[in-house]
Design a binder for this molecule. Structure first.
Ligand code: AP5
Ligand code: MG
Length: 186
């Protein structure tokens, strides 16, 4: 199964991607996590993205395409994945479709985690990541509204979107996703 988790910063994408991936027996793939690892490793990718991430802005679509293409080509992703943090722009969603089509695959579901804005800010504040300063969180929310939210309508128009109320506790949200994807018996 190939699933994308959409949602604002702090909506719980990473948390739910890990839980759902374990339930499905597929890898959770977080582009944010991959980029943070690259920054930590101090490699070429990390040096290229560090400043953009610290400012809460989006890394260039072309560079992200390379990162995602390479990750999805790995053997563990061949039978499915839960993707968190990609796509984030309409151009990225077209890229993802192309990458999957090259392997005769397509997305099965796009899950939108809907969370109230004041909860998003409160959740990010508790975490202590370098882009969790309140001004950077605000910048990430603005970028989300401008660049990523249009993907909700895009996937809804395709009939691929499932909306889940993400304002509840972590296990309640997981149960809602599992139910929405029709996986109860899995
Ligand atoms: P990324 O890492 O994807 O960050 P984000 O989208 O801003 O989201 P977060 O990781 O902050 O939140 P989340 O939705 O994963 O929530 P989480 O589960 O952690 O991206 C970081 C940066 O990388 C971007 O700003 C950009 O620069 C770059 N980047 C990444 N992908 C890119 C792309 N495709 N294109 C361009 N640039 C890209 O939960 C948040 C907190 O809340 C946690 O502490 C968690 O424990 C808690 N929590 C979760 N669920 C609940 C709940 N139900 N109740 C209470 N607490 C909860
Ligand atoms: Mg995350």
């Amino acid at each position: 199964m190939r699933v994308v988790l959409l949602g604002a910063p702090g909506s719980g994408k990473g948390t739910q991607a890990c839980l759902l991936a374990t339930a499905l027996g597929v890898p959770a793939i977080s582009t944010g996590e991959m980029l943070r690892q690259a920054v930590l490793a101090g490699n070429d990718l990390g040096r290229r993205v560090e400043g953009v991430m610290a400012a809460g802005q989006l890394v260039d679509d072309g560079l992200m395409a390379e990162v995602v293409r390479e990750r999805l080509a790995q053997a563990d992703a061949s039978s499915g994945f839960v993707l968190d943090g990609y796509p984030r722009t309409l151009a990225q969603s077209a890229t993802l479709d192309r990458i999957l089509a090259q392997g005769q695959a397509a997305l099965d579901h796009v899950v939108m985690l809907e969370v109230e804005e004041q909860l998003l800010v409160a959740r990010a504040r508790g975490r202590g990541r370098s882009d969790d300063r309140e001004d950077v969180v605000r910048a990430r929310l603005t970028v989300y509204a401008e660049k990523t939210r249009p993907l909700v309508d895009h996937y809804a128009a395709r009939g691929a979107l499932v909306r889940v109320d993400g304002n509840r506790t972590i296990p309640e949200v997981t149960r809602a996703i599992v139910a929405a994807l029709g996986l109860e018996a899995a």
